[in-house]
Design a protein around this ligand. Structure first.
Ligand SMILES: NC(=O)c1ccc[n+]([C@@H]2O[C@H](COP(=O)([O-])OP(=O)(O)OC[C@H]3O[C@@H](n4cnc5c(N)ncnc54)[C@H](OP(=O)(O)O)[C@@H]3O)[C@@H](O)[C@H]2O)c1
Length: 255
């Protein structure tokens, strides 16, 4: 399976461009398109046996619905969306092609996939999985094969909770009345690390972070746990109960 082109819808920017450069570097012919640049969806699906959807989450289902039916059974339809249940369901429903959900657990700012995690959700066919696993593993990625629902459950913890925490911290800093320039001279290494994370979340892709919080069906359960813990710590602070907080920090992991 070497003589085939790879089409990346959403390959003109972001993580799609990163994967276009990656597959190019591996010697594959790659066609990329965006909203206004590159071949149309029907041209991409005609010319490419592997079609990857890497558009923003809000546009993903629509693009899958357009591209999916145009592919044949021996083609591969794959997405790079940060959530897996909905896109994978839509790929299965709209296309006869082999379907693999893929989530690279890194952004376009990394230099290589060496040492990075990639989740694969192969849900139809088995012809293309080996190709992907081989090329990713050869480049040092750690591959986890799992079901879309399990991926999304883990992402609520890994991305949802992390970004929620970052957003709440940055909003609280902004509402504190202290100018950012005043903070620098008082900052600690941990604070500066957190500020670097905030700069990313409050950077050029607010839609990505908003979607990760809003579209993951596991978030409401996690929010309830978060609220419970917030209320608990808040009450201990209000009561001046340092030993209560200390006890929480020493509390063994939940079974
Ligand atoms: N960024 C990350 O760190 C990261 C990591 C893992 C997975 N992901 C996932 O990858 C996907 C893309 O995220 P991203 O951050 O790379 O987005 P992005 O930087 O906004 O790039 C999106 C790409 O999609 C194109 N595009 C936008 N709207 C489109 C539409 N309606 N139809 C066709 N193409 C469209 C853009 O091209 P034009 O601007 O030329 O139109 C661009 O090439 C999302 O599903 C996200 O969850 C992102």
């Amino acid at each position: 399976m070497n003589n085939f082109a790879i089409g990346i819808i959403g390959g003109t920017g972001g993580i799609g461009k990163w994967f276009a450069d990656f597959f190019n570097g591996e010697g594959h012919r790659v066609l990329v398109s965006g909203r206004t640049k590159g071949p149309s969806i029907s041209e991409i699906t005609t010319l490419c046996r592997v079609v990857i959807v890497a558009v923003p989450i809000a546009a993903t289902l629509d693009v899958i619905r357009k591209a999916g039916p145009l592919l044949s059974e021996d083609a591969l339809l794959m997405d790079l969306t940060s959530l897996k249940e909905e896109p994978v369901r839509e790929m299965l429903a709209s296309s006869p092609a082999e379907v693999i959900g893929c989530h690279p657990l890194f952004g376009p700012d990394v230099l290589s996939m060496n040492g990075q995690n990639i989740v694969l959700c192969p849900v139809r066919g088995g012809g293309w999985l080996g190709f992907l696993q081989e090329i990713f593993v050869k480049n040092g990625a750690r591959i986890t094969v799992t079901a879309p629902a399990e991926h999304d459950r883990m992402m609520a913890l890994i991305q949802g909770l992390t970004h929620l925490d970052t957003i709440l911290m940055e909003l609280s800093l902004r509402d504190s009345g202290v100018e950012p320039s005043e903070l620098d001279a008082f900052s600690t290494p941990i604070f500066r690390t957190k500020q670097a994370i905030s700069a990313k979340v409050f950077g050029p892709r607010p839609g990505l972070y908003a979607s990760l919080l809003v579209e993951n069906p596991n978030m409401p359960t996690l929010l309830a746990i978060f609220e419970q813990n917030f209320a608990l710590v808040k009450e201990l602070i209000r009561q001046g109960d340092a030993s209560g907080i200390e006890a929480l920090l020493k509390r063994p992991k939940r079974p």
